[in-house]
Ligand binder design. Structure first.
Ligand SMILES: NC(=O)c1ccc[n+]([C@@H]2O[C@H](COP(=O)([O-])OP(=O)(O)OC[C@H]3O[C@@H](n4cnc5c(N)ncnc54)[C@H](OP(=O)(O)O)[C@@H]3O)[C@@H](O)[C@H]2O)c1
Length: 312
């Protein structure tokens, strides 16, 4: 939980609160696992302070088991679900809206289900909005889970070539195995040459890298900014020839009906069945600080919080 904005390691606290009485119209989920994503940490810094009410429980995704459901959905008790778009997921119990709770198929493991939302849905939605067939695609922040999915699925959808600008050498082997041509962030000359050839760029960094990519792109191309991992905005040196588009999943969710939401997950489960996600490292919730520190360290596996504390 965080009660003020700032560095996640300083502002987050593990707190023990009384469990509120069950709301008979909601589903209560005992959490199993939840990842630590940049999408969870950035809001704690105050980047979106205008729309976050404090105190807040951190975490936007994760998986657990239903321990209470309204009478009409009693069959859900004991089932694995994603309790999304309600209160923060980094807590032992999450109450959520029955229309938005997502049932996890038996074919999907806990560790895949727990990260089936933020990055996979963002990648799927971006590829729907910006078709890649026959195009040359450039990714920045290519060592990230989201960029990897964009790259893999772009190739499946017929992209002519996918190149990825990465920071840590430890990412190279995986990028190559995914069919993504790696370009070091320290080799800006090659990155600029790739940008000049690309039809479409998906940028997770902003800052100097994102700016030099958009600067180098040709007329009629598209640059999609979906993250600011550098902490700095895009500052092109002149009016960009590429069209700039900003993508934020929450804009799509604002108008998405519960029916479409559920249908998108049916697509995601299909896609995730044949997509091997990057490795994770598990941390007990009591050790949340190590998990957050790991998320901030370059070249490491994505941390995943385990919530078996309450049951042990
Ligand atoms: N707009 C949306 O709706 C939306 C939705 C989902 C995700 N996102 C964004 O997608 C991005 C990736 O998220 P994720 O969960 O996929 O990340 P992730 O798997 O946790 O990986 C983070 C990646 O970012 C790299 N990185 C972090 N800071 C960096 C910096 N200053 N310069 C260069 N590289 C840096 C890391 O480099 P190393 O390889 O060196 O560790 C790592 O490869 C985030 O910006 C997130 O906010 C946006």
């Amino acid at each position: 939980m965080y009660r003020s904005f700032g560095a996640p390691t300083e502002r987050l606290r593990l707190e023990t609160l009384a469990l509120p009485p069950v709301n008979p119209l909601q589903i209560r989920v005992a959490m199993t696992v939840a990842p630590v994503n940049p999408s969870d940490l950035i809001p704690i810094t105050g980047a979106y302070s205008h729309r976050i009410q404090l105190p807040a429980v951190a975490g936007y995704e994760g998986m657990g088991r239903v321990i209470h459901a309204p009478q009409t959905q009693a069959q859900l008790i004991g089932r694995r679900v994603l309790p999304l778009r309600g209160t923060g997921t980094w807590q032992s119990y999450v109450d959520c809206d029955p229309d938005l709770v997502v049932l996890v198929p038996d074919t999907i493991s806990d560790l895949v289900a727990a990260r089936a939302y933020i990055n996979p849905l963002a990648a799927l939605t971006m590829l729907d909005a910006f078709p890649v067939a026959g195009k040359q695609v450039l990714l920045s922040g290519a060592g990230s889970a989201c960029a990897e999915l964009l790259g893999r699925w772009a190739l499946e959808q017929g992209a002519a070539k996918v190149q990825g600008i990465y920071r840590s050498e430890s990412r190279v082997k995986r990028l190559v195995a995914c069919g993504i041509e790696p370009i070091s962030i320290d080799d800006l000359q090659t990155a600029r040459a790739a940008a000049r050839e690309s039809d479409l760029a998906f940028d997770a960094l902003g800052g100097p890298v994102g700016s030099s990519v958009i600067d180098a792109m040709r007329d009629g191309t598209v640059f999609v900014g979906y993250g600011l991992l550098s902490g700095q905005s895009i500052r092109p040196s002149r009016t960009p020839r590429a069209g700039y588009r900003r993508f934020h999943l929450r804009d799509t969710l604002a108008t998405m009906t519960p029916g479409t939401w559920q249908r998108q997950f049916l697509r995601l489960w299909q896609a995730l069945l044949h997509t091997e996600l990057p490795p994770v490292q598990l941390f007990a919730i009591d050790d949340w600080q190590s998990a957050v520190e790991q998320a901030l360290r370059p070249g490491t596996a994505k941390p995943m919080l385990r919530f078996d504390r309450a049951e042990s």
